[in-house]
Design a protein around this ligand. Sequence first.
Ligand code: HEC
Ligand code: HEC
Length: 282
Amino acid sequence: MKRVFGFLGALAAAFAASSAHADGVLDRGAYLMNGVVACGNCHSPKGPDGKPVAGQELSGGEAIVAPIFTAVPSNITPDPDAGIGKWTDAQIIDAIRNGKRPDGSIIGPPMPIAFYRDMSDADAKAIVAYLRQVKPSPKKSAKSEFKIPLPPSYGPNVTSVAHPAESDKVAYGRYLATALGHCMDCHTPLVEGRNDMSRVGAGGNVFGLPGGGIVKSANLTPANANGVARWTDPQVKSAIQDGVRPDGGQLVRLMAFSYYKTMNGPDMDAMTAYIRGLKPAE
Ligand code: HEC
Ligand code: HEC
């Protein structure tokens, strides 16, 4: 009897450990998806207030229109037909980091694959755990149209990425602002369709707004005489998390303020430290 109990005890302990692990992974996924990663800023339908529509999370976003594409952020809920329910974990991670679907086709812009390539295995798995428990939606997404040929790949196949040390504040802040949040995608000038990373953070990219009109992304480097380098930390955080400038002006609703709002203190500190360390660039 003792042996049996011993065995059951070990089994129970192993089960408890694995479910605690699973919860930790899902918690991390929820923190990322409702925070800095914000896939929903593209992939979820939004109401007139710019906030995601309740109950329709990740069921497909509004088409993003640019001179070279009309791109439809697809339904990425677990629905087996309209969404990605039939994809394996590895296939979903491949889509995020390599921009490749299970059938080998390439996911087009503006999904920031070039940034997601640096996402750690642990964070990619956490995001998959979150995607698996979103409410399935049968809503079929329209097809994107690209007026340019898509690249055959986004670079050498990424198979494994180590998680960066959170103790190195600036390096971890960089990870948050690039691989996870793709802030530097919008905030780094484009040259022939690619971010010129020698001028990372210099801004100046033009975005069309849903209601018409355009807006340029801000220069976050110290070269901007009225910019972030002159602001206090709380002012920088308020711009990112509330969309409010130090002068009280409202930033255009393009960034995922309502998501960034949930980022924790240490992550906001790390990201702010990284932005402050950007080298001046026009
Ligand atoms: C800037 C907007 C944007 C962001 C941010 C974004 N995506 Fe996408 N995503 C798109 C667009 C647009 C497409 C469709 C591209 C196409 O048709 O080739 C797409 C396609 C996909 C696909 C392929 C779906 C299919 O059925 O073909 C997956 C999977 C996906 N995204 C997952 C994610 C995840 C997970 C995140 C966050 C880590 C994310 N996306 C962030 C815009 C975005
Ligand atoms: C979809 C593109 C996009 C993404 C992603 C994005 N931004 Fe922005 N950001 C903009 C645009 C456009 C503006 C200017 C808005 C305006 O002028 O009203 C801006 C403004 C700002 C400002 C105000 C700076 C100033 O001088 O006015 C800060 C700070 C900022 N972004 C930081 C970030 C951070 C940090 C992230 C990632 C967590 C991020 N942004 C993600 C497009 C983006």
